[in-house]
Design a protein around this ligand. Structure first.
Ligand SMILES: Nc1ncnc2c1ncn2[C@@H]1O[C@H](COP(=O)(O)OP(=O)(O)OP(=O)(O)O)[C@@H](O)[C@H]1O
Ligand SMILES: [Mg+2]
Length: 253
């Protein structure tokens, strides 16, 4: 099986705290991989390591068959990222942002303009295309960040909470877009706390808790491991629930 993302013992600490603790990811090419875990489990830290935003301090990885430490540019050319803290330039408009991304990726101006127009239309940001990003709402920033990740037509997308703050109409469009991206051979690695969406879209799931990978595989196999049934939410809570269950009932409320 060809893997789009493969790690061995991937680790990252902050001081003495091991935020990502020796994980072995196996993300098949062409899969929609939902990466789940409670708050603070290490999902965003993992994505930052996989996309070159943070340097891991242990283990190895291959992204689309390339070692990102040896050849970071080759990986960046083929990968799109919507990071947790959206890295956008406040003093550019939406359209300028997309044209800038096109330039970085070496697209000719007419191609970048055409793709930018398509993406702004799809994200319902056409009117906002000439507005400075500093005046964007949270959801608009998220959509522009997704558009910027898609513009170079990557083979692999890393999306950290892409639906957070997105309205229902845009959410539907983005889900459709992601499905067509995968059906055309792309791979998506996504974190989301909206398990209904993850359940509907994902072919594969990885679950991280306290920095360790506690489950990974095709979504059907996780169900089998859970007694053959159950929603993703039930499976998730069975896997990590003991660590997050509240210890007090707040009966003074
Ligand atoms: N720059 C940093 N410095 C110190 N600790 C950090 C840093 N970034 C993350 N951490 C810690 O690492 C752990 C994992 O954080 P991470 O952001 O990866 O969690 P997450 O799974 O993405 O959570 P969430 O679902 O809330 O987004 C947390 O305990 C967090 O406090
Ligand atoms: Mg996070």
């Amino acid at each position: 099986m060809e893997l789009a993302v493969e790690t061995r013992g991937l680790s990252r600490s902050f001081g003495s705290f091991r935020a990502v603790d020796g994980i072995d990811l196996a993300v098949p090419a062409g899969s929609f991989y939902g990466f789940l875990g409670p708050n603070g489990a290490g999902k965003s830290t993992t994505i930052k390591c996989l996309t070159g935003l943070l340097r891991p301090d242990g283990g190895s990885m291959r992204i689309l068959g390339i070692d990102p430490v040896a050849d970071p540019v080759a990986v960046k050319k083929r990968v799109g990222v919507v990071p947790e803290d959206l890295a956008l330039f406040d003093r550019l408009t939406g359209e300028e942002t997309l044209l800038f991304v096109g330039q970085i990726h070496g697209l000719d101006v007419s191609t970048a303009r055409a793709r930018s127009r398509d993406l702004l239309t799809l994200m319902d940001l056409t009117a906002a295309g000439t507005t400075l990003v500093t005046d964007y709402s949270h959801g608009m920033r998220k959509k522009l960040s997704l558009a910027a990740a898609l513009l170079p037509a990557p083979k692999l997308l890393f999306l950290d909470e892409p639906f957070e703050g997105i309205d229902a109409v845009a959410s539907r469009q983005i889900k459709d877009l992601m499905q067509s991206f995968v059906s055309r051979g792309g791979t998506i690695f996504l974190t989301s706390h909206i398990l209904e969406i993850v359940e509907r879209l994902s072919t594969h799931i990885g679950v991280i808790a306290r920095g360790k990978l506690v489950a990974q595989g095709p979504i059907g196999d996780l169900r089998t491991g859970n007694g053959g049934n159950g929603t993703l939410e039930e499976i998730f809570i069975n896997l990590v629930g003991g660590e997050t269950a509240p210890s007090t009932s707040l009966d003074w409320i």
